[in-house]
Design a protein around this ligand. Structure first.
Ligand SMILES: Cc1ncc(COP(=O)(O)O)c(C=O)c1O
Length: 417
C-alpha cells in the first residue's frame, strides 16, 4: 500500500475536484464497485484502500470510534465545500431539509422502522438525553438499570435522580454468567410498582454480552412500563431490527459501528411511545431541520446516509457473520494465554463482535494498551474502570481481516507469555 500521506493527499484532491467540478459517479457502476470490494472482503482479503487508516495500523477499536470509508468522507466533503460556496445554501429555500431527510429515510429502513419513528441526533448520549428530557418522571418514580451501563446511557438518568427526585435501581449482571434466563429473572424481580422504565444496553460495552432485549421489552410492556435501549455497541455490528426487539426507544451512534462521521447518531421512538416521550427539540416535528432543533451538520448527516447505504449494500447479516467469526477466531487464539481471562460470551446467541479480557492486577491496562499502540501499531481499548475489572477490549468489524486478528493474537502472546 502507498504511504498514508500520499493516499490522504490524493484523496483530498479528488474530493476537492469532485466538489468543484460536480463529478457524479454513475450509481450502477458505483454499486458494482462496492459489491466487488465486499466480495473480496468477505472472502477474507484486505480492502483497506477504501479507508484512510495510517500505514501499518491494526484497528480493533470500532466500539470506541469507527472509521469512515473514503466515500463517506468524500460525500461529506463534497457537501461541505458546496455549502461554503454560499453559506446559507441548502438552508430554507435551498432544500437542506429534503437532503437531510434522505438520511433519515435510509436510517429508518436500516433499523426496520417507519420514517415517522426515526430521528437524527449527534450521538447515543444525545439520543438518550432526548428520551430522558422528553419524559416527565415524578419524585419517587423508579428507573431500572443494570450495573454495566455506559455513562452515555446512564448520565441522563443520574440527572433525573439528582434534580427531579427519581430513584435509580441497579440490577447486577455478574461477568461470565452469560445466561439470559438468569438476567431476565433478576430484572423481573427488580421491577416494582414504582418502576417507570427499564433502560439497558443492547450490547454491553464492558464484556460485549448481547442482552435479551426482545424479552426485556416484552416484560416492560407486560408491566405497562417503558423499555429504553442504548444501542451504541449494536447497530452496524449486528443485525438490529427495532420492531423485532419491541422496545419503545433505541438510541445509537453514527460514529461507531455504522462508520458514519463523528458527531452523528440515530434515535428510534416507537409510535406508541411518542405521546409519552416528547423531546423538546423534536416536539414540532421529527424532521432533522425543524424549528425546535436549529441548524444541523448537514455534511456529516449526508455522510451518515452514505455509510448506511454501504452497510445496506453489503447486508447486515453478512456483516454480523463476518464480525462474529473474527471475534470467535480471536477468542480461540487468546484462550491459551494463562495471564488473560476472557470474560466475553463464547460463540452463540450471547456473543457480539466485542471481546473483553481481564489482565492480571499487576498489569496497568491503560499503559498496556498504550504500549501495544506505540510498539505494534495495534489499537485496542482499555475498558472503563467503573465496570469493575482490569480489562482490555477488541472489536472486529467489516474492514478487519483474519490476518489482523492473527497479528493481534501474536502480539498478545508475545507481550504476556
Ligand atoms: C454502551 C454505550 N453507550 C453509549 C456510549 C456513548 O456513545 P456516544 O459517544 O455516541 O454518545 C458508548 C460509547 O462507547 C457505549 O459503549
Amino acid at each position: 500500500m502507498k504511504s498514508s500521506k500520499y493516499n490522504r493527499r490524493k484523496f483530498l484532491s479528488t474530493a476537492a475536484a469532485s466538489a468543484a467540478g460536480g463529478v457524479f459517479v454513475n450509481s450502477t457502476v458505483h454499486f458494482s464497485a462496492v459489491q466487488a470490494q465486499t466480495n473480496l472482503l468477505l472472502s477474507g482479503q484486505d480492502n483497506k484502500s477504501e479507508y484512510l487508516f495510517a500505514d501499518g495500523l491494526t484497528y480493533l477499536n470500532t466500539g470506541t470510534l469507527g472509521p469512515c470509508r473514503r466515500e463517506t468522507v468524500r460525500e461529506s466533503m463534497k457537501m461541505w465545500e458546496e455549502l461554503e460556496s454560499l453559506p446559507l445554501k441548502f438552508y430554507g429555500l435551498w432544500g437542506a431539509e429534503s437532503l437531510a431527510e434522505k438520511t433519515r429515510t435510509v436510517a429508518a429502513q436500516f433499523l426496520g422502522c417507519d420514517l415517522s419513528e426515526m430521528l437524527i441526533t449527534t450521538s447515543t448520549t444525545n439520543g438518550m438525553n432526548a428520551v430522558a428530557q422528553g419524559l416527565r418522571l415524578k419524585p419517587g418514580d423508579r428507573i431500572l438499570l443494570t450495573d454495566q451501563e455506559h455513562s452515555g446511557g446512564l448520565s441522563c438518568w443520574r440527572y433525573y435522580a439528582k434534580y427531579y427526585g427519581a430513584v435509580i435501581d441497579t440490577v447486577a449482571i455478574p461477568k461470565v454468567e452469560n445466561n439470559h434466563e438468569a438476567i431476565l429473572e433478576r430484572i423481573k424481580k427488580s421491577v416494582t410498582e414504582k418502576t417507570r422504565l427499564i433502560s439497558v444496553s443492547h450490547v454491553f460495552s464492558s464484556t460485549g454480552l448481547r442482552m435479551p432485549i426482545a424479552e426485556i421489552s416484552a416484560l416492560a410492556r407486560s408491566k405497562g412500563i417503558l423499555c429504553i435501549v442504548d444501542g451504541a455497541q449494536a447497530a452496524g455490528a449486528i443485525k438490529v431490527n427495532v420492531k423485532e426487539l419491541g422496545c419503545h426507544a433505541y438510541a445509537t451512534s453514527g460514529h461507531k459501528w455504522l462508520m458514519g462521521p463523528k458527531g452523528t447518531g440515530l434515535l428510534y421512538l416507537s409510535k406508541d411511545a411518542q405521546d409519552i416521550i416528547r423531546p423538546m427539540q423534536f416536539d414540532e416535528s421529527y424532521n432533522t431541520y425543524n424549528n425546535g432543533n436549529g441548524v444541523v451538520n448537514l455534511a456529516c448527516i449526508l455522510g451518515l446516509g452514505k455509510a448506511l447505504e454501504y452497510l445496506e449494500s453489503v447486508g447486515i447479516n453478512k456483516v454480523e457473520k463476518h464480525n462474529l467469526s473474527l471475534q470467535n477466531r480471536l477468542s480461540e487464539k487468546l484462550r491459551n494465554i494463562s495471564r488473560l481471562k476472557i470474560v466475553s460470551p463464547p460463540a452463540g446467541q450471547f456473543a457480539s463482535p466485542m471481546l473483553a479480557c481481564v489482565l492480571p492486577d499487576a498489569v496497568d491496562r491503560v499503559a498496556f494498551v498504550k504500549m501495544l499502540f506505540e510498539k505494534h501499531k495495534l489499537s485496542i481499548r482499555a475498558t472503563h474502570k467503573e465496570f469493575g475489572f482490569n480489562g482490555i477490549r477488541f472489536c472486529t468489524h467489516i474492514f478487519n481481516t483474519e490476518k489482523e486478528v492473527d497479528f493481534a493474537a501474536e502480539v498478545l502472546h508475545k507481550e504476556l507469555t
